[in-house]
Every structure is written in structure tokens, then in C-alpha cells.
Design a protein around this ligand. Structure first.
Ligand code: NAD
Ligand code: UDP
Length: 325
């Protein structure tokens, strides 16, 4: 028995740590993913061109022997040896992709192609950070993975929505043609620490405006809905998907749905109930409703969010206060 134990111990010692490539690792979600992988003593290569990310998000790992940063644009091919590729590199906030539409569709298509190709060459598992935006302005609510979406090919959000749709197609074709182990994660609106104050997304806008004592900006009449997932839950869902054997798309998000006006009032009441709300025009093609059906994630990943909105929003507001004020 002790001989067997010795062999097992040696095997464990000789096991090489898992090597991960995280594209977009200096961004909001990527940096949280890197924290989790580093805490598990895995090796991480962060690939980013800092278009919307910041080195400060991953500063604490710089110099760690398990961590490496490569400044690289995913539209260019790269050769690396890793076990898993987490492909998150892409502008994600509407203000960024609407002002850089060609760069966005190019990044999503070529970036996904280059990293899928690399995955195939080295036999790495591949996870695509896709999005609820592939459902466009949905006619059904909630959206499950079988819903095919209602998307404009020519609108101001199309560079992102259609970009992510073709990225899902590429993943599915790499699976069909080469049996590549691909994961397609349809991420719904996520919030939490490290959202940038000027990122333009609704949660960070409202918190930053309220902490500055400014009115909160409602686009349209605020009756449109979104469902917000706290970042820690999202990263747990991402890890569960990567270690699963599911190759078809999976929604990951929090199904609790809010009208935008409701969200504004919640944030205002926590920070300063005396603030005003001001109304601005609704941007073109802004989806009127969005809520994930997460039955598939519940069933196959045994995953569901654990952090309710009240807890998550307080954690986020406190982080904004500490970081910016
Ligand atoms: P983010 O903007 O904070 O991070 C994206 C990162 O990708 C940034 O660090 C940016 O510099 C990097 N990047 C962009 N273009 C690049 C390129 N050409 N080469 C290399 N790096 C590049 O956004 P995020 O919220 O962390 O989103 C991460 C991923 O998750 C994106 O793919 C996004 O589409 C997806 N997603 C996010 C949400 C959300 O609510 N946060 C929702 C749906 C999908
Ligand atoms: N929104 C808003 N005020 C803001 C920012 C956004 O009313 O200051 C609205 C926006 O029009 C949309 C919703 O909030 O209906 C979510 O916007 P966000 O950019 O966060 O994400 P997405 O539209 O991609 O879901």
C-alpha cells in the first residue's frame, strides 16, 4: 500500500500545472477570471492590447512566476503552448463598439478565428465569451438557448451582435470539422468591481453619477429591462462551463429582471435619494427586454447565481467609493 501511495504522490508532484491563455485578460471579466485561476495555482498568460482594459486590473500578479502578460492584438495570429484558451478579447460596452464598429467586427471575427486555429494546433480547450446580444431585440422573454434572435445586420449594434454570432458559428464549425472541444458562453449583463467609471454601461454610469451628486441619465422612458449578474457568480459559471462536456451554447446570467428606471431608483436610494433622474433619447436598436432562461446551466452545470442584487450592488458601490472617491 505504501508503495502505491508513493507512486501516487510522485504522480501528483509531477503533474504540470494547467496553462491558461486569457485573451482580454486586462478587462473587467478577464481580470476576475485571472484572479480565480491564479488562486488555484494555475499558470496564466494574459493577452491584451489594452483597448478597453487596464494593466492596473492585473497589477497584483505582475512578477508572479505563474503569470505572464503579452501585449498583443488578437487580430494577429500568435503561437503559444497552453491547455485552455479563454477568449474574452473584444470591446463589450455599446459606447466602445458603436464608436469603433469596424475594429469591433474585425476583432471578434479574426480574434476568434486566430485563437480557434491555435486551439486546434495545440489541442487546447476553447471557451468563447459570447453574449446575450446575439438574441438582438428579443421577441420572447426570457430567452433560452434555442431562441434564434431578432438581429439587424445593418444597425449600429450589428458590428458586435453579428460579430458574436459569426464567432459562435466559427466555434461550432471547428467542433464539427475538427472535433475541437469548444464552449460557447452566452453572457448576460454583468456588473461588479473593476467596471470602469467611463465604461458607459448602465450600472457603472448610475453609480458614478450618483456618487458625484449628478442626476442619473435614463435613456428612453426607462421601461426597457435588463437582468444583472454579479461578477463572482459569472466567473464561477464560466469555470463550470469550461470543465463540462457541453459544446453547445449556454446562457450564464442572473434571471432577476429590472426595468432601467427601477435600477436607477434603487441606486439613487442607496447613494442619495435627493438626486434627480434626467431623460435622454433611447439609442437606436436598444433591446427592449432581456432576461436569461438558465435552465440549461442549472441542469448541466449545476450552476446558478448565489449573490442577490442587493448584496452585489452594495459590494460594487463600496468598491467605486474606495477606488474613485
Ligand atoms: P472589457 O472591455 O472590460 O474587456 C475586454 C478586454 O479585451 C479589454 O481588456 C480589451 O483591452 C481587450 N481587447 C479588446 N480588443 C482586443 C484585441 N483586438 N486584442 C487584444 N485584446 C483586446 O469587457 P468585459 O466586460 O470584460 O467583456 C469581456 C468579454 O465578455 C467580451 O468578449 C464581451 O463581449 C463578453 N461579454 C461581457 C458582458 C458584460 O456584461 N460584461 C456581457 C456579455 C458578453
Ligand atoms: N442606459 C441608460 N442610461 C445610461 C446607460 C445605459 O438608461 O446611462 C440603458 C441603455 O439604453 C440600455 C440599458 O441601460 O437600455 C443597458 O445598457 P448597457 O449599455 O449597460 O448594456 P446593453 O444595452 O448592452 O445591455
Amino acid at each position: 500500500l505504501s508503495f502505491k501511495l508513493k507512486i501516487m504522490n510522485n504522480k501528483i508532484k509531477n503533474l504540470k500545472p494547467i496553462k491558461n491563455l486569457v485573451s482580454g485578460g486586462a478587462g473587467f471579466l478577464g481580470s476576475h477570471l485571472i484572479d480565480q485561476l491564479m488562486k488555484k495555482n494555475e499558470q496564466v498568460i494574459c493577452l491584451d492590447n489594452y483597448f478597453t482594459g487596464e494593466e492596473s486590473n492585473i497589477k497584483k500578479w505582475i512578477g508572479h512566476p505563474n503569470f505572464q502578460i503579452i501585449r498583443h492584438d488578437v487580430t494577429e495570429p500568435i503561437d503559444l503552448e497552453v491547455d485552455m484558451i479563454w477568449h474574452l478579447a473584444s470591446p463589450a460596452s455599446p459606447i466602445h463598439y458603436k464608436s469603433h464598429p469596424i475594429k469591433t467586427s474585425k476583432t471578434i471575427y479574426l480574434g476568434t478565428y486566430n485563437l480557434l486555429r491555435l486551439s486546434r494546433q495545440i489541442g487546447a480547450k476553447f471557451l468563447l465569451a459570447s453574449t446575450s446580444e446575439i438574441y438582438g431585440d428579443p421577441e420572447v422573454n426570457p430567452q433560452d438557448e434555442s431562441y434564434r434572435g431578432s438581429v439587424s445586420t445593418t444597425g449600429i449594434r450589428s458590428c458586435y451582435e453579428e460579430g458574436k454570432r459569426i464567432a459562435e458559428t466559427l466555434c461550432s464549425d471547428y467542433k464539427r470539422m475538427y472535433n475541437l472541444d469548444v464552449k460557447i458562453m452566452r453572457i448576460f449583463n454583468t456588473y461588479g468591481p473593476r467596471m470602469r467609471s467611463n465604461d458607459g454601461r448602465v450600472v457603472s454610469n448610475f453609480i458614478f453619477q450618483a456618487l458625484q451628486g449628478k442626476p442619473l441619465t435614463i435613456y428612453g422612458d426607462g421601461s426597457q429591462t435588463r437582468s444583472f449578474c454579479y461578477v463572482d457568480d459569472l466567473i464561477e459559471g464560466m469555470a463550470s462551463l469550461m470543465s463540462s462536456n457541453i459544446n453547445s451554447p449556454v446562457n450564464i446570467g442572473n434571471p432577476e429582471e429590472f426595468k432601467i428606471i427601477q435600477l436607477a431608483n434603487i441606486i439613487k436610494d442607496i447613494i442619495n435619494p435627493n438626486l434627480d433622474l434626467i431623460y435622454k433619447p433611447l439609442p437606436e436598436d436598444d433591446p427592449s427586454q432581456r432576461r436569461p432562461d438558465i435552465s440549461k446551466a442549472r441542469k448541466y452545470l449545476q450552476w446558478q447565481p448565489k449573490i442577490n442584487f442587493d448584496k452585489g450592488i452594495h459590494l460594487t458601490i463600496n468598491w467605486f467609493k474606495r477606488t474613485y472617491f
